[in-house]
Design a protein around this ligand. Structure first.
Ligand code: AP5
Length: 224
């Protein structure tokens, strides 16, 4: 069972790679961003709390996200034998410390932490063309990964949406927040010997090859 963390700036392709690994190898994708956006969409108490942070490009408070992940991790062994990818969590040192405690309590540990890196110009190109399915969370790009029918999810036939936090001014804030609050995690995991830096440039297939080289072979469950 693999336990992986995907780190990286907004738009680096963490979600895209996690989507593909999930579809092909049955790894469970646990995306805090998706969980929070779904809560906002459904106007749950969590969503009402999270909305203002997401739309301003800042981080939702640690205690909220840590509680959310704690609940999800308890259910993971029932949902996938292949393991899971934490996509977008942890994002601060206190979140990473809380994750360590949760894993210690279960007597398990992380296998690897992949840090996806890419220059800002390319990150902005990726974010400005991103479209996603509000139902299944599959990620598209108007130029690099268009759906078969423009604006419609291949899988759900639902209209694709542009994320509210992909507006240029919010993207700038998200980059700042990444450098200030999430980059320190690279050292945190480097010191633990878990960090692997992945060049996120090039096509999705090229990045996928690099990812697979770092995490090792996995049994295929679906040839998507
Ligand atoms: P979240 O949803 O996690 O956003 P993010 O980390 O900013 O990352 P993105 O989803 O923007 O980018 P990605 O790296 O997944 O790129 P993608 O694969 O989509 O978080 C959103 C907000 O939620 C946060 O700002 C915060 O408020 C809150 N939040 C979430 N987690 C939290 C936490 N732990 N603590 C506190 N708050 C939290 O790719 C981008 C585009 O590029 C797509 O269109 C894709 O098709 C395209 N693309 C991908 N790879 C390639 C490639 N190789 N070539 C060409 N195009 C590509």
């Amino acid at each position: 069972m693999k336990r992986l963390v995907f780190l990286g700036p907004p738009g680096a392709g963490k979600g895209t790679q996690a989507n593909k690994l999930s579809e092909r190898y049955g790894l469970l994708q646990i995306s805090t961003g998706d969980i929070l956006r779904e809560a906002v969409q459904q106007a749950t108490p969590l969503g009402v709390q999270a909305q203002r942070y997401i739309s301003s490009g800042t981080l939702v408070p640690d205690e909220i996200v840590i509680g959310l992940i704690g609940e999800r991790l308890k259910k993971t062994s029932d949902q996938s034998n292949a393991g899971y990818i934490l996509d977008g969590f942890p994002r601060t040192v206190p979140q990473a410390e809380a994750l360590d405690k949760m894993l210690q309590n279960e007597r398990v540990s992380l296998d690897k932490v992949l840090s996806f890196s890419l220059g800002e110009t390319e990150l902005i190109r990726r974010l400005s063309g991103r479209r996603s399915c509000p139902s299944c969370h599959r990620i598209y790009h108007t130029e690099f990964n268009p759906p078969r029918k423009a604006g419609v999810c291949d899988r759900c036939q639902v209209a694709l949406v542009m994320r509210e936090d992909d507006k240029p001014e919010t993207v700038r804030e998200r980059f700042k927040v990444y450098h200030r609050q999430t980059e320190p995690l690279l050292d945190y995991y480097r010191k633990k010997g878990l960090l692997i830096e992945v060049n996120a440039g090039g096509s999705m297939e090229e990045v996928m090859k690099r990812v697979l080289q770092t995490i090792g072979d996995l049994p295929v469950v679906s040839k998507v």
